[in-house]
Unconditional design. Structure first.
Length: 222
């Protein structure tokens, strides 16, 4: 575990503003090239090796084992990377695979989950943290996480919806689903995943029936 003063980290928003200035852009490019090809290059290489190692151990190996066994991967496993843009301001900078159009990316790693893990765990590039069934109130589901805080402004790992929590949704009866629309949507997303043709059929029905109805409602309200 490393004690690091995070207030000393670069504010990426400031950097983004500065690189718009041609003179600064050229200067920064020269400095970056100098760092990459100079004495600091070995640190970049070592860091990338560690990052790739965790990607292989936590994501690629598990995904490949499931594919070889012919197992259906649902809920799917995602590889994510979080980057801190400034103090207490984190965002998803890599998400693989990218979720389908009907699944917002911020539902995969909910924002309240991001806030909890970034605020609760210090830098330790040699420790994998495992958390099961962490509750997200924003999207009303539980997720399983394995992640590493590689540096003060970078976290990598995997996330998947908790299997037990998902099974409760899958086995929920109609009365429960009618009262819990979030659960109903999650079940709907599952069937879109399992039967890709359903996606096309649903959109065709939506275009033919629902859009005209919605336009009528809009006209009446106007």
């Amino acid at each position: 575990m490393q004690e690091i003063d995070e207030t000393n980290d670069v504010n990426l928003y400031t950097l983004i503003e500065l690189v718009k200035i041609p003179e600064f852009n050229r200067y920064l490019r020269l400095k970056v090239d100098d760092v990459k090809n100079g004495t600091l290059n070995k640190y970049a290489v070592e860091y990338k090796k560690k990052e790739d190692k965790y990607n292989e151990e936590l994501f690629i190996r598990i995904r490949d084992q499931q594919e070889e066994a012919g197992e259906e991967e649902y809920p799917p496993l995602y590889w994510f990377e979080l980057t801190r843009f400034r103090l207490w301001d984190w965002g998803i900078t890599i998400l693989s695979p990218w979720p389908p159009p009907y699944e917002p990316y911020y539902n995969v790693v909910p924002r309240d989950i991001i806030r909890r893990i970034t605020a609760s765990f210090p830098v330790d590039p040699d420790m994998v943290i495992t958390i099961k069934a962490l509750q997200s109130k924003e999207v009303d589901k539980k997720v399983d996480l394995q992640f590493v805080r590689l540096s003060s402004n970078h976290i990598v790992g995997t996330v998947r919806e908790n299997l037990d929590d998902w099974q409760e949704v899958f086995n929920g009866d109609r009365d429960v689903l009618e009262k819990d629309l979030d659960a109903a949507f999650r079940l709907f997303f599952y069937y879109l995943h399992k039967y890709p043709d359903l996606n096309k059929e649903f959109m065709q029905r939506y275009i033919k029936k629902m859009i005209p109805k919605l336009k009528e409602m809009e006209a009446e309200a106007g």
